[in-house]
Design a protein around this ligand. Structure first.
Ligand code: AMP
Length: 304
């Protein structure tokens, strides 16, 4: 039976430059990408804050995808803004500006209808806010968490405290190295897992993802796309597909996590084909299924 997912993270205006184009103040944010991606698989309950400059049409867009926005607050002030640039190496985002705005004084209050969500995703945002949300959820079955260098450098102690209560930690390759102080991803994973999570997934952009879990390693490729337009949100979209699939199937075993990683990779591969959420918003279930089958072909080999 399909279970719902509670997500807390940023809802933002992004300004992004890539070698292939530019977008100014478009809809973005870790929770926005996550929710949209996961909504193809299961019910999503969103916790975030926006300012009075945030147009209702974006909130309607989320609602139209079936996302529960009872926990999305609009308060006086400006919405979170992020400005980033990518060079030809699209795996590496260069942050130019981060304006927390209404997030700097946000004190999340979880609606009662959210409190029994079995799956919880703490998308990239201040680890103290992630903790405040987790504190209000009653006995969640599976908790996953993402972060980025901004918080690893800014609030390492809060992050370590949070990790003690997390089942799955998802971060990108550069952040895994930075957080652990190890160049080898195998050593980095070992050190990071000592902080508490049972499973670590390291996102490696166009090189796919690695999962470290109970002494085993699973490697998944990324879909070989001819053109990548804008990688912003790929990580959150990946997490949305992964958690969406886990919640939909209700199975958090190691074997099912492998399959969930492929669904995450499928969703991320669509997201990078256009700026903002343009591609994610127009997907069909058939397109998702077809790309999943292509993934299977991509990694299939047999002993002869
Ligand atoms: P990613 O999936 O890693 O590409 O995440 C991109 C999204 O993260 C963008 O839409 C940004 O709005 C959001 N973001 C960037 N920096 C932060 C931050 N420090 N805290 C929360 N969200 C952020």
């Amino acid at each position: 039976m399909s279970s719902s997912i509670l997500v807390v993270g940023s809802v933002a205006f992004d300004s992004v430059e890539t070698p292939f184009g530019k977008a100014d103040e478009v809809l973005g944010g870790s929770a926005t990408y996550f929710s949209t991606s996961a909504s193809y698989f299961t019910d999503v309950k969103l916790v975030a804050v926006v300012g009075t400059d945030f147009p209702d049409v974006h909130i309607k867009g989320l609602k139209d995808r079936g996302i529960d926005v009872a926990g999305l607050k609009k308060v006086p002030g400006k919405t979170f803004r992020w400005k980033g640039r990518y060079e030809y190496d699209l795996n590496q985002a260069h942050t130019l500006e981060t304006h927390l705005n209404v997030f700097s004084s946000f004190n999340p209050e979880i609606p009662d209808s959210y409190k029994e969500s079995p799956f919880v995703f703490l998308a990239n945002i201040d680890p103290e806010l992630q903790m405040k949300v987790l504190d209000q959820v009653k006995g969640p079955r599976f908790v996953a968490c993402d972060t980025m260098n901004f918080w690893i450098e800014g609030k390492p102690d809060a992050l370590r405290k949070l990790l003690k209560r997390v089942d799955l930690f998802v971060i990108n390759e550069g952040e895994a190295r930075e957080f652990s102080g190890e160049a080898s991803l195998v050593k980095a994973a070992r050190k990071i897992l000592e902080n508490g999570p049972k499973t670590l997934i390291v996102k490696r952009g166009e090189y796919g993802a690695l999962m470290f879990n109970g002494g085993t390693i699973f490697s998944a490729p990324a879909y070989p796309l001819e053109d990548i337009f804008d990688p912003t949100g790929a990580g959150d979209t990946f997490a949305g597909g992964l958690m969406g699939y886990l919640a939909n199937s209700g199975d958090v075993s190691g074997d099912n996590l492998r399959k969930a990683i492929i669904f995450g990779s499928v969703m991320a591969s669509f997201n990078v084909e256009a700026f903002s959420l343009e591609r994610l918003n127009t997907l069909t279930l058939e397109e998702i299924r077809n790309r999943y089958s292509e993934f299977k072909q991509l990694t299939r080999f047999e002993d002869i």
